[in-house]
Design a protein around this ligand. Structure first.
Ligand code: KIV
Ligand code: ZN
Length: 511
């Protein structure tokens, strides 16, 4: 039996499906590109029947992804399966992932079908999918609460009908590792042609056991793990990709399995997914949390100085963190800056580099220490603003206990300079009212979030603004040592995105 574990990433499907994690099309493409580059074997790009937006995202991802298999999810209904087949057909390696619930509680209350009817649907759904693509995955939703004889019967029929991967999800995150191990082993042993399919695990984290259960499933013979970056997903989320990959890599002595993941890209993937979903990564999150490689107590620091293995079981470099975070300052030159950007994985054109360098210098003048995170925030903002029609020229805000707070804002709108003064219920409200006065719009503010990029009172504030209009949402982010400047820029970034999108889709409205 092969020791290679297939990493099936469902950040763009199960991850995106959780409340508040919606991504725009551009953001999904960016995440898909990174997953492919990182060595993910299967990218579940979405649920094509769910919306036209999902269909478009899956189709575009299918066309651009070079290495990974691209999967689209479908229920058992013929229309669902056909839509998934249509969405993935441009992929060099397309997969349809089709599922149906098999547990008594799901069949009775959710599907309102008998076991016999569900069994017929299993055969029909896999057969239909197999007529569209060669690579078909079948999942028994709520598999871990399914009656064993029925589970084995459905798995056997799915394999006979042509399923090449069989996924046994712990949909409600109910299992403990020993139970999950026994379940996967039992199905593999009892189903006659089980060796004709790859067995897959898909574990939710309701009891915090998703990663442990996934690993137990692999020890019982599963060879595909379904997971998400940062563990995002329905409710408490899915098994975290970075934790699984690093557990297998670090504990190769007792877990002799390989993944094809370039682990030095894990931190970058985590940051990207956190930024596009606006889900912060908890500080003490395993592998990618900001404290995962931080040592503060005297005893730990003393041990680390003597030998890093005293308190570190993996190196920060192995997950893409540079050990010395504090390297750039106001005396750094353009070459050092370019070098730093390359280390951080950016390739900028000369113009983008000049622009970013200038902004780095401005930042270094106003901030004692410039960390990698500061540079990433600054460059990400730089790339996004290249085609924008509106830019912040200046902002002056009068705030404090003596309200009302007043913002004087100047914008460059299509090359024209415009200034307005507006008041509001607090400085952020005043700033946003000034934007509204200069650029009247109907978009609704759906989210406003502020994070400190690093520590200290001079840290840059990273602001996220989400605006909704015409049934879509866009996210704008900006970083600046002044929270209000970052807020105005983030708001304008989101507004620019909405306008760019409208201009792209309805060019006649551009006037
Ligand atoms: O959790 C689950 O059961 C799922 C299936 C659709 C695979 O996400
Ligand atoms: Zn799931």
């Amino acid at each position: 039996m092969s020791d290679k574990i297939i990493i099936f990433d469902t950040t763009l499907r199960d991850g995106e499906q959780c409340p508040g994690a919606t991504m725009t099309l551009e953001e999904k493409l960016e995440v898909a590109d990174l997953l492919d580059e990182m060595g993910v074997d299967v990218i579940e790009a979405g649920f094509p029947i769910a919306s036209n937006g999902d269909f478009e995202a899956v189709s575009l991802i299918a066309e651009r992804v070079g290495n990974a298999v691209v999967a689209g999810l479908s229920r058992a209904a013929p229309g669902d399966i056909d839509r998934a087949g249509e969405a993935v057909k441009g992929a060099s390696r397309p997969r349809i992932h089709t599922f149906i619930s098999t547990s008594p509680v799901h069949m009775k209350y959710k599907l309102q079908k008998t076991a016999e009817q569900v069994h017929e649907m299993v055969v029909a759904q896999v057969t239909r999918a197999r007529n569209l693509v060669d690579d078909v995955e079948w999942s028994c939703e709520d598999g871990t609460r399914t009656e064993h004889d029925f589970l084995c019967r459905c798995v056997e029929s799915a394999i006979k009908a042509g399923a090449t991967t069989i996924n046994i999800p712990d949909t409600v995150g109910y299992c403990i590792p020993e139970e999950y191990f026994d379940l996967i082993k039992m199905v593999r042993e009892r189903v006659p042609a089980s060796d004709k399919a790859v067995f897959s695990v898909h574990c939710h984290n309701d009891l915090g056991l998703a990663v442990a259960n996934s690993i137990a499933g692999v020890q019982a013979g599963a060879r595909q793990i379904e997971c998400t970056i940062n563990g995002i997903g329905e409710r408490a989320g899915n098994a975290a990709l970075e934790e699984i990959v690093m557990a297998l890599k670090t504990r190769g002595d007792v877990l002799p399995f390989d993944t094809g993941i370039e682990t030095t890209m894990l931190t970058r993937a985590s940051k990207l997914v956190s930024a596009v979903t606006s889900f912060p990564v908890q500080y003490n999150k395993a592998v990618v949390g900001r404290n995962a490689f931080a040592h503060e107590s005297g005893i730990h620091q003393d041990g680390m100085l003597k030998h890093t293995e005293t308190y570190e079981i993996m190196t920060p470099e192995s997950v893409g963190l540079s050990k010395t975070n504090l390297v750039m300052g106001k005396h750094s030159g353009r070459n050092a800056f370019r070098d730093k950007l390359q280390q951080l994985g950016y390739e900028l054109s000369d113009n983008q580099l000049n622009d970013a360098f200038q902004r780095f210098k401005d930042l270094a003048d106003s901030k004692k220490e410039v960390f990698d995170e500061d540079i990433e925030a600054l460059v990400d903002e730089n790339i996004a603003t290249a085609q924008d029609r509106m830019k912040v020229l200046s902002l002056l805000v009068v705030a404090g206990t003596m309200g009302p707070q007043v913002a004087t804002l100047s914008l460059d709108i299509d090359g024209e300079h415009k200034t307005v003064q507006a008041s509001g219920n607090g400085p952020v409200d005043a700033t946003f009212n000034a934007v509204q006065a200069l650029v009247p719009h109907e978009a609704a503010l759906e989210l406003y979030q502020v994070h400190a990029v690093t520590e200290g009172t001079d840290a840059q504030a990273e602001v996220t603004v989400r605006l909704g209009a015409d049934g879509t949402s866009v996210t704008g982010r900006a970083a600046h040592p002044d929270t209000l400047v970052a807020s105005s820029k983030a708001y304008l970034t989101a507004l620019n995105k909405l306008i760019n999108r409208r201009d792209r889709l309805h060019p006649q409205a551009a006037e």
